[in-house]
Design a protein around this ligand. Structure first.
Ligand code: FAD
Length: 459
């Protein structure tokens, strides 16, 4: 153990206190809104280290933050004056291409996962920015570009190794602690520290992708078509994402359009490329975008495309909800709020759900929003603190305007720090059972820096 005067018995990792030269680097999280100063950062190497760190924090009365990839938008993976259980040294991924299983340590990033699995032409359906942590994303559900084809990230989860609040290392799987296995599939980081995930793998190495930009005046035409295609029973291989946002300086975007508000669409086909090319070219020709690009892209390339644009250090705030469909009234809100966009990074994101997601029963995991047609995400990101009030105001106004035209509910991973009480909305019908599992595994609410589920008697 090096780097600090503090000692945790049985801890083999690295302890970082405020006097350590790496303290500032290691305490930083993705969202620059959360500039916190923990008393101690425990960089763990093993599940035993995690248990030792939990025991130490509890004995010292320190609040615990758990850091996987550090991308929590509400900043839950850091804290002031407490102990951060930092898993970044635990980022190993091992793949068995024969059994099609991957074992993924609790601090791995999506890029670690993609690198290891794509070597074998295999994939775990997860998120779309490769510096996001596997752990936080999975525990909340995990939406991404393969979800209509292969389901949410949790739908590929086979088992997990979890260190509980009491410092015990347990396995969670369908046949082992099934209540815990159910809860960690959508219930967030409430139940313990996951030190290893086991995922089933799927075959995939490239995507056929149509990217389009339309002026805002074409929003009804484009989003109406999105609804017609997705709502009309599109194949699982097709995923439609549209954004109200300013045209970004992408290689296929004419310079004259950059900065103009409009509708950007990314339509991804995960089946046979020839079929996809034909289908996506027909859509493009019908919808007449002002700029577009149609490519067959290696999966890893598309997974890293947004990494720089959404790089760490941005200030960020988010709200999201679900909609059955993209109704004309909903599209009107998207147009009105899209015209009020301030930052070039902020957007209203319309993500098609359905497909494989709906084939899992709503109560089979702790993710209750299986029947929604679309996830409507409003992530604002900006660079200057001068813009903070404007951007947060824009998200809140957009969210409020969307309420009458959406079906409600919230996604645990796209909620901000001021929405703790709205956890009810995120967990929906699963909340009651989640509280029972919380009472069994964390009755003292040790893991409370998250979209918190309070045990029944603490409520
Ligand atoms: P962290 O900040 O490390 O942790 C987040 C939460 O999970 C905390 O409450 C923490 O306590 C808990 N936690 C972390 N690791 C563990 C562990 N090993 N055991 C137990 N609890 C743990 N979400 C999607 O679904 N799809 C996307 O495509 C997507 N893209 C994103 C892109 C960006 C740039 C960002 C910032 C976020 C994105 N998200 C996406 C949201 C993301 O899923 C959440 O922010 C998620 O919490 C990030 O996980 P993390 O491990 O990086 O976060």
């Amino acid at each position: 153990m090096i780097g600090t005067t503090q000692v945790i018995p049985g801890f083999s990792g690295q302890l970082i206190d405020p006097g350590h030269p790496s303290y500032d680097e290691l305490r930083a999280v993705w969202n620059a809104m959360h500039d916190r100063r923990p008393a101690l950062i425990a960089c763990c190497r093993t599940a035993t280290d995690v248990a030792a760190a939990i025991g130490y924090a509890r004995a010292q009365g320190l609040v615990i933050a758990v850091r996987g990839g550090g991308h929590s938008l509400p900043g839950f993976s850091t804290c002031d004056g407490g102990l951060v259980i930092d898993l970044r040294l635990m980022n190993q991924v091992s793949v068995d291409p024969v059994t099609r299983r991957a074992r993924v340590q609790g601090g791995a990033l999506l890029r670690d996962l993609d690198q290891a699995t794509q070597r074998h032409g295999l994939v775990v359906p997860a998120g779309v920015i490769s510096h996001t942590g596997v752990a936080g994303l999975t525990l909340g559900g995990g939406v991404g570009r393969l979800m209509r084809r292969f389901g949410l990230t949790i739908d590929s989860l086979q088992s997990a190794e979890v260190v509980t609040a009491g410092g015990h290392t347990v396995n969670a799987a369908a046949g082992q602690n099934p209540d815990l296995f159910w809860a960690i599939r959508g219930g967030g980081g409430n139940f313990g520290v996951v030190t290893e995930f086991e995922f089933a793998l799927h075959e995939l190495s490239q995507l056929t992708v149509l990217r389009m930009f339309h002026e805002m005046s074409a929003a009804h035409q484009v989003l109406g078509r999105a609804q017609q295609v997705i709502g009309g029973g599109a194949p699982d291989e097709l995923l439609w994402t549209s954004f109200a946002r300013q045209a970004a300086p992408l290689p296929w975007m004419p310079a004259a359009l950059v900065g103009r508000p409009g509708i950007m669409s990314v339509i991804e086909w995960s089946g046979e490329p020839d079929v996809g090319r034909e289908l996506l070219a027909a859509l493009r020709d019908d919808l007449g975008p002002v700029a577009s690009e149609l490519t067959v892209t290696p999966f890893r390339a598309i997974q890293t495309e947004g990494d720089e644009f959404f790089g760490p250090g941005l200030l960020s705030y988010v709200k999201a909800t679900f909609a059955a469909g993209l109704s004309p009234d909903l599209i009107d809100v998207v147009i009105a709020q899209g015209q009020r966009l301030g930052s070039e990074v902020s957007q209203i994101e319309l993500l098609s759900l359905g497909g494989a997601i709906t084939r899992v029963a709503p109560d089979a995991t702790a993710f209750p929003h299986r029947d929604a047609g679309w996830l409507i995400n409003i992530p604002a990101s900006w660079r200057s603190p001068d813009d903070t009030e404007r951007e947060i105001g824009w998200v809140r106004d957009t969210f409020a305007a969307l309420q009458p035209v959406c079906s409600g509910g919230a996604y645990v991973n796209f909620m901000d720090h001021d929405e703790q009480a709205a956890g009810q909305v995120a967990y929906g019908a699963t909340l009651r059972r989640l509280r029972q599992v919380k009472a069994a595994y964390d009755p003292g609410n040790v893991f409370r820096l998250n979209q918190n589920i309070t045990p029944p008697d603490a409520a």
